[in-house]
Design a protein around this ligand. Structure first.
Ligand SMILES: C[S@@+](CC[C@H](N)C(=O)[O-])C[C@H]1O[C@@H](n2cnc3c(N)ncnc32)[C@H](O)[C@@H]1O
Length: 199
């Protein structure tokens, strides 16, 4: 069992303003960085990090309870390539993650904010794509899945209008990497999947 904390905590006002030295938090800073944005209870993150020890994984979620749960599981499983950050997703991508630092984003089942008056709270919009573009390395990828058809249409349109990203074959996780939300919706609702590469 890992006997050290896996949570990143910005230590100074400057670190809170970003960029946060994320790579340096890993034992192998030279390894590529993958980010699970809105990692929830971490089913995907834990399985993927175990499968890819040569990749550093950062799980981000705003719910402390979930971050703590994933941290405990990762420590029990000796997953030294996982770090966790409890912070708002847009803020992390727009300000905290260093520029040109992320090879892969996984953004599975982001909150759909189904009511029309709440749509402005959705993560995907042109401003968020600016932040993704800022942080992805050239050729880096973002994989998205949602059960909410109107949100899928909206986010697909936002990507289609942005020439900085090209659609690639969607990422379909193997059974052991399916997130809790995917396991809940699979077979009940069609799941929209979109994967893109930063040009
Ligand atoms: C619908 S759940 C999906 C969790 C996981 N990806 C899955 O597929 O099972 C959305 C997750 O994103 C987190 N979340 C929602 N909005 C967020 C935000 N603005 N910043 C950070 N985390 C957020 C929630 O706490 C929750 O864990």
């Amino acid at each position: 069992m890992l006997d050290y904390p896996l949570r990143l905590l910005p230590a100074t006002a400057d670190e809170w303003l970003g960029p946060l030295p994320v790579r340096e938090a890993f034992a192998n800073p030279e390894h590529p960085l993958a980010v699970d944005l809105g990692c929830g209870k971490g089913r995907f993150l834990l399985a993927r990090a175990a499968r890819q020890p040569e990749v550093n994984f950062l799980g981000i979620d705003r719910m402390l309870r979930r971050i703590r749960k994933v941290e405990n599981r990762a420590r029990r499983l000796d997953l030294a390539n996982i770090r966790l950050l409890r912070v708002e997703a847009y803020y992390a991508v727009a300000h905290l993650l260093p520029p040109v630092s992320v090879r892969t984003y996984y953004i599975f089942f982001p909150d759909p904010w189904p009511k029309a008056r709440h749509e402005g709270n959705r993560l995907f919009n042109p401003r968020f794509l600016d932040a993704l573009h800022r942080t992805l390395v050239e050729g880096g990828e973002a994989h998205v899945a949602t059960d909410h058809a109107p949100y899928f249409e909206q986010l697909s349109a936002v990507f289609a209008e942005d020439r900085r990203f090209a659609a690639i074959a969607p990422y379909v996780p193997p059974e052991d990497e399916q997130t809790d939300f995917e396991r809940y919706y699979i077979g009940q609702t069609p799941i929209g999947r979109l994967s893109v590469r930063r040009i």
